[in-house]
Design a protein around this ligand. Sequence first.
Ligand SMILES: Nc1ncnc2c1ncn2[C@@H]1O[C@H](COP(=O)(O)OP(=O)(O)OP(=O)(O)O)[C@@H](O)[C@H]1O
Ligand SMILES: [Mg+2]
Length: 344
Amino acid sequence: MSDEHSRPGDHRADDATVPAVPPADGNGAELTEQLDPGQLGEHDEVEEREEALEAAAAMKGSSAAAKSLEGVAAEPGSRKPDPILVADDVSRRFGGLKAVDVSHLEVQRGTITALIGPNGAGKSTFFNLVSGFDKPNTGTWSFKGTDLTGMSAYKIARLGMVRTFQLTKALMRLTTLENVMLGATGQRGEHFLPAIFKPSWSGQEADNEKRADELLERFKLTHMRDEFAGTMSGGQRKLLEMARAMMVRPSLIMLDEPMAGVNPALTQSLLGHIQALRDEGTTIVLVEHDMDVIMSISDWIICFAEGKVIAEGTPADIRSNQAVIDAYLGTSRALPADEKEPSP
Ligand SMILES: Nc1ncnc2c1ncn2[C@@H]1O[C@H](COP(=O)(O)OP(=O)(O)OP(=O)(O)O)[C@@H](O)[C@H]1O
Ligand SMILES: [Mg+2]
């Protein structure tokens, strides 16, 4: 159908998409309005406006984060004005190997802070330690001023610090909804006495289901709600992990390679989700190898090598940091070129 030259209201009776006679239910005027090409133009404008508003919100979030980091020294272990996570002398040995050896690290509240570094630098091990999934040999750390040293992962999550895993941990024989609901903590039904008085926690279960449904909607997984997680693609499982982590309304979320193995379209939507979370006030700590992603999304970057923090700074600082360049030399992963390739 070629409607290139049609004007608003110029409907023809032989056009199969437009009813010649308004339906008898009295909605004819609305229907004609819905189909009016002029309206389509307006719809596009609304979408464009919405996109512009979203972009403006993201800009606001990133500029607020950038402002909060103004004046912070671009050096390992630098102090932040409002740190949400502070770690001191955290170390972890595996046999003769010191996988993590962090003398001081602070994460500024409300930022997207990236942890980068070559393979085996200790990024995931550091996540495991501070989130309570592994025990360090030495060290203390605090979250929102509360000492977390020795605390279980479950309690840490209840305090509002959650993480996702480099290899997703969806339970394949549970549905998507059930997997997301597993993220809820502090369930009254988990304790013996309240459990025998079901009505006291069934209301909570309904609340959890409502929250899980909202998250499925947010991460565009509603169509998978009642499917087994085993049927999801790798990228969908990454989204599922984020949704599950969000069940506790965390104030800090640690994402270990959320984009790995995800197709480019889903990567874009994941990036959008991460920025939106930061713009709502959630602090994000992100481990990621894709340097283009890191440089475009991060407010602050902390670089690990051989278990230690070797550099910190804004994307611009890190791009030209010699210690970072040296750490990546000889590895298959490289920093993106600072300058454009000279044209031939
Ligand atoms: N459970 C373990 N037992 C023994 N060694 C381990 C264990 N977990 C990690 N390591 C070692 O600790 C070092 C740090 O590993 P880690 O997984 O933290 O690195 P990473 O920075 O996350 O690397 P990648 O970018 O490849 O994910 C590596 O040398 C790794 O082999
Ligand atoms: Mg890792």
